[in-house]
Write a protein that binds this ligand. Structure first.
Ligand code: AMP
Length: 400
């Protein structure tokens, strides 16, 4: 069985074709600059690469090009699209409507589009891509949607509500939704397998740290709290996102700098975080290099992230009344051994003791990094959201 996984943005269409027999990637790539001009980079399992400019006025032309490179020419990996059993799409916001992976119908696409107000950057482009995909793939090929928010729908009300007037929730659906759900679900399952224990018996703090970062308390396989909120802006400091700030600071700066609400939103989403604090870069590697060269603001940015992660681990251990494991994933979590060491330092109170040698130099590999006598297991668990989407898609269409 072959599954095509799609992650569509407003100007890009990332894809992976996965062979579910052995979960290997047959081909992957990105159609980007949609609506601007167009470009595709396509790589096959055996190393063939297509890297060329195209014309993509809309997502439909990008899908047409994707079909072309998969089925013809230099990058061909299948004879026809009918070889693909189903298409799985990543969707950012499913709100309270979608608490699980769902088969696509016209009504579902409309519901995803209707949620655009809650995720303007993501949901409308997702709906455009779903409609374009429907036009281009065979009518008989099912499409499935997997939501970033769905995993967090198990959070209790006391965790997802904000202390604002209740009408904000009732009338405007303002609450904590949480994001990165596919990643947190994938890595916590993978960790349970690695530990040889049922997920239902584990209390895990899952730290997904990348350009965007979120930390989730997973109790018995269920998300009970998470750091991202109404949007992916909340929580720890990120590449260009501020993370949690006092809302009064937002209105204060809005007034001081005479910013409109959307300009203020840009300020917090695109000019803050590592970039805003350091003035150097949003990228953890650049920040680490500058910090090592003595740049005080880069050092501060790194220290802020480490401090905030520690606070989440502590508060989530309290919320779950226990802690079996902490895991690190995402570009920073999987690769930055110095950050992992700093976060786990001085955590003996929580029963966390790092194996410095196991941690040092470890990049992108599933491995325990806690000492044998650590009460809490600490692991690096590489994430694979595309594979989880493919598995979910297979499971859903397999039951049709
Ligand atoms: P992601 O959004 O998950 O792709 O993660 C991107 C972040 O991971 C960026 O801030 C990168 O600097 C960081 N990153 C990637 N590779 C490394 C590495 N080898 N060491 C430290 N940070 C890294």
């Amino acid at each position: 069985m072959k599954i095509l996984v799609i992650n569509a943005g407003s100007s890009s269409l990332k894809y992976q074709l996965i062979n579910m027999e052995d979960e290997s990637v047959i081909a992957k790539g990105n159609c980007d600059r949609i609506g601007i001009d167009g470009h595709i980079k396509h790589t096959t399992f055996d190393g063939r690469v297509i890297d060329t400019d195209c014309t993509f006025p809309t997502h439909t032309e990008a899908f047409e090009k994707l079909v072309e490179v998969l089925t013809t020419g230099e990058g061909k990996v299948i004879d026809s699209m009918s070889e693909i059993s189903a298409v799985g799409h990543r969707i950012v916001q499913g709100a309270e409507i979608f608490s699980k992976t769902t088969l696509v119908t016209d009504e579902v696409i409309q519901q995803i589009d209707d949620l655009s107000e809650l995720a303007p950057v993501h949901n409308h482009p997702h709906a455009l891509a779903l409609r374009a995909c429907k036009k281009v793939i065979p009518e008989t090929t099912p499409q499935v949607v997997v939501f970033d928010t769905a995993f967090h729908q198990t959070m209790p009300e006391k965790a997802f509500m904000f202390g604002m007037p209740y009408e904000c929730y009732e009338k405007y659906h303002v609450r904590k939704y949480g994001f990165h759900g596919t990643s947190h679900r994938f890595v916590t399952q993978a960790l349970a397998e690695a530990l040889g224990k049922p997920l239902s018996e584990l209390k895990i703090v899952s730290c997904h740290l990348g350009n965007g970062s979120s930390i989730t308390a997973v109790d018995g396989g269920k998300s009970v709290d998470t750091s991202m909120g109404f949007t992916p802006l909340d929580g720890v400091i990120m590449g260009t996102r501020s993370g949690c700030v006092d809302p009064s600071a937002v209105t204060f700066i809005e007034n001081k700098k005479h910013l409109s609400p959307s300009e203020m939103s840009d300020y917090l989403n695109k000019k803050s975080g590592f970039l805003g604090i350091s003035g150097i870069s949003s990228d953890n590697r650049d920040i680490t290099a500058a910090a090592q060269h003595g740049d005080k603001k880069a050092q501060l940015a790194g220290e802020m992230l480490r401090y905030e992660i520690k606070k989440y681990i502590g508060s989530y251990a309290a919320v779950m009344n226990g802690l079996d494991a902490v895991l690190f994933t995402g570009g920073i979590g999987e690769n930055s051994d110095d950050l992992r060491a700093d976060v786990c330092r001085d955590m003996e109170f929580f029963g966390i003791k790092l194996d410095e040698a196991a941690n040092a130099g470890l990049r992108g590999k599933l491995q325990r990094i806690s000492a044998p006598d650590s009460k809490v297991e600490v692991w690096v668990v590489p994430t694979n959201e595309e594979l989880l989407i493919a598995r979910d898609t297979r499971d859903l269409v397999g039951n049709l």
